[in-house]
Design a protein around this ligand. Structure first.
Ligand code: FEO
Length: 393
């Protein structure tokens, strides 16, 4: 798709509607967009390439925008192959083009493209690149958002922040909208993308937000998802909440998995009890069936979590183990959690869950753990009510 996003700045990115899993693990119900841009002034700069799967379309878009001219610069903000896969092909086609990137990215370049030896301009924090009148690019380091080499750049006169993966989302632009204001639920897939891909790096995202706060940003041009141009405060405020591990939506997320329905019944009873107590929002997920990435997202979205799990092989039921492991990996923190365990002869899942949560920073596990033996009985209700009441406080 080719679109003008401002005078002399073209979008040349590509929608991929065929890909099943992003990064080999995240489902894509509405495809994925690989964004890329060309700044056309006295000098021509390509702003990142795209994934190898969309090479032909991306190259055709580039050629159409170039009208037979040769690009002067290829700016690589990020070396992950969904944006950098076509660097070598592009520099082969345009050998006089200079690769503009950071020192850390340059070290990675040869790993991805053995033997590559292009003309390179290494840029660092605060450096500028003049492309022509009114087209000054300024570079900022954004280490660990979410790889160590990431940079962003700011086209000063137009106020366009090329933000790399930050402010990206799952979804092809042909499905969710080209501009952010055309996307009627940007936050849903942006949140799933953020917590699963950048969730661990809140401190680093906060540093990037600080840098962006000192700029007169009018447009955010990310590497995935719609281009953001209106009501930027909405997006920036959400990113501030997410990266500071704040509570976006007050309420409780009930995550469960069940072998034969006994644990599910207890979890759904908890949902019912919380609603009866007037809990502002109660969300639930079956960790055996629902999208795990969405469950991770919801664990960060809400301030409180209940996890219900059977005991299995003397340990913790695998789908729940995977979920808590993912929370550990993504740096889940500053939350309160209540536990429901089930076991037919020697319940162990509660102890194991408690130990896993104890390894996380600023996570408060509510005592006591509620224990169900095989199926929930009337006698179990008071313990569930007590847990609901405690977590709802
Ligand atoms: Fe979209 Fe980290 O690459």
């Amino acid at each position: 798709m080719i679109r003008q996003i401002a005078g002399g700045i073209s979008y040349i990115g590509v929608d991929d509607l065929a890909l099943d899993l992003f990064e080999g693990q995240y489902v894509l119900p509405e495809g994925m967009a690989y964004n890329s841009y060309v700044i056309d002034s006295e000098k021509i700069a390509i702003m990142d390439t795209a994934d190898a799967d969309v090479a032909d379309t991306w190259q055709a878009n580039l050629k159409e925008v170039l009208h037979g001219r040769t690009p002067d610069y290829l700016v690589a903000h990020h070396m992950e192959p969904d944006h950098a896969a076509l660097i070598a092909k592009t520099l082969e086609e345009y050998p006089s083009c200079t690769l503009v990137t950071g020192a850390v990215a340059l070290k990675m370049l040869g790993q991805f493209f053995p033997g590559i030896d292009p003309k390179v301009l290494v840029v660092k924090e605060g450096d500028t690149l003049e492309l022509g009148p009114g087209k000054t690019l300024r570079f900022f380091a954004a280490p660990l958002v979410h790889w160590p080499e990431v940079m962003v750049s700011f086209l000063e006169e137009d106020g366009i922040l090329f933000s790399a993966d930050a402010f990206g989302k799952f979804g092809a632009l042909g499905k969710c909208g080209f501009w952010g204001d055309e996307d009627d639920d940007w936050a849903c897939e942006a949140r799933r993308y953020y917590f699963n891909i950048c969730g661990k790096y809140g401190v680093q995202v906060q540093k990037l937000l600080e840098k962006a706060g000192g700029l007169d940003v009018k447009v955010i041009a990310p590497l995935h998802g719609p281009i953001l141009r209106e009501n930027l405060k909405y997006y920036l405020d959400l990113y501030n909440t997410w990266s500071s591990y704040g509570v976006e939506t007050p309420g409780v997320f009930v995550a469960y998995a069940s072998m034969h329905g006994g644990t599910r019944a207890a979890a759904l009873k908890m949902v019912e009890l919380l609603k009866a107590l007037g809990c502002p929002k109660v969300s639930s997920a079956d960790l055996s069936r629902d999208d795990m990435a969405e469950a991770v997202e919801d664990a960060f979205r809400y301030g409180k979590l209940i996890v219900a799990a059977p005991t299995y092989d003397g340990g913790l039921f695998t789908p729940v183990h995977n979920f808590i492991h993912l929370l550990q990996a993504k740096g889940w923190t500053r939350r309160r959690v209540g536990l429901i365990e089930n076991g037919s002869w020697a319940p162990q899942s509660g102890r194991i869950m408690k130990d896993m949560f104890a390894q996380m920073k600023d996570v408060d596990v509510i005592d006591p753990i509620v224990t169900i033996r095989s199926v929930m009985k009337e006698a179990d209700i008071p313990a569930l009510e007590a847990l609901a009441s405690t977590i709802n406080q």
